[in-house]
Design a protein around this ligand. Structure first.
Ligand SMILES: C[S@@+](CC[C@H](N)C(=O)[O-])C[C@H]1O[C@@H](n2cnc3c(N)ncnc32)[C@H](O)[C@@H]1O
Length: 251
């Protein structure tokens, strides 16, 4: 559960309250509408789509709602999956959704299915997500990674030398034998307005939870402060970027 906490900028002591902390927020950093528009032309009717680290299923459920496909969502946080299950039922797409509670790496190791399209939105960096997803995607299929990319022209870029820029990202993909077919940098204005909305909501959740659990108040405030710093970086040297990748042949 340590990685689950880290993936949402929380500390392990906050894991029992993650569902309450993110109450009211379906997408944990993703933009479901944008992702669905990007993948719509790449999956056929009845195709199989995988969302690894699906969180509350914001993207997976939107895919099932807008496209005639079957969706599998995998996440290590059972409470997030409960929300995904409820949401898929409420929107009438539960019959085409399957939710699996698992660690993404263990799932990838044990999975024998090759999906038509697979994605990882906001968990592992491109260098780790791409090999994991390609193993789960059929040759000729498509995988999607949403990850922070370095904007090399930004004055603060020097501090993040290990984060891939556009050129390094393409190299990572091509070394695997795959090809980038789209790369979308989310516009700064869109990120800024999404961040404002998320931070407002998180600030009110933190205030309520700190009152109800005074022993956790310090951790909760530190969480909010990390969220604010991460938000600033994402309109600075790091830019959320969606990579749409055509998987090559088996090697
Ligand atoms: C930033 S959230 C993104 C969630 C979702 N993709 C979205 O955009 O709304 C990261 C997600 O990764 C999940 N996670 C973290 N480590 C994981 C692991 N090792 N295996 C499976 N899920 C994990 C967390 O529970 C969380 O739901």
């Amino acid at each position: 559960m340590e990685e689950v906490a880290r993936s949402v900028d929380a500390t392990p002591d906050l894991v029992p309250m993650l569902a309450s902390l993110f109450d009211g927020l379906e997408a944990l950093g993703s933009t479901p509408g944008r992702i669905v528009s990007l993948i719509a032309g790449h999956v056929r009717r009845g195709g199989r789509v995988l969302d690894l680290a699906c969180g509350k299923g914001a993207v997976a459920v939107e895919v099932a709602r807008r496209l005639p496909v079957r969706v599998e969502g995998v996440d290590a946080c059972g409470e997030f999956l409960d929300r995904a299950r409820e949401r898929s039922s409420a929107l009438g797409v539960a019959a085409r959704c399957r939710w699996v509670e698992a660690d993404v790496r263990a799932y990838a190791k044990g999975c024998t299915v090759r999906f038509d399209l697979s994605m990882m939105i906001g968990l592992l960096p491109l260098s780790e997500a791409a090999p994991l997803l390609r193993r789960l995607t059929r040759p000729g299929g498509v995988y999607v990674v949403d990850d922070a990319m370095l904007d090399g022209r930004h004055p603060g870029a020097g501090r993040f030398a290990g984060v891939p820029d556009a050129v390094m990202g393409r190299e990572i993909v091509e070394e695997l034998g795959d090809r980038v077919i789209r790369r979308v940098m989310v516009p700064r204005a869109a990120i800024a307005s999404q961040n404002r909305r998320i931070l407002r909501l998180l600030a009110s959740r933190v205030a309520a939870l700190a009152k109800a659990h005074p022993g956790r108040a310090r951790s909760l405030r530190a969480f909010l402060s990390r969220q604010r710093s991460a938000s600033r970086l994402l309109v600075g040297p790091l830019r959320p970027t969606i990579w749409v990748i055509r998987r090559g042949a088996d090697r």
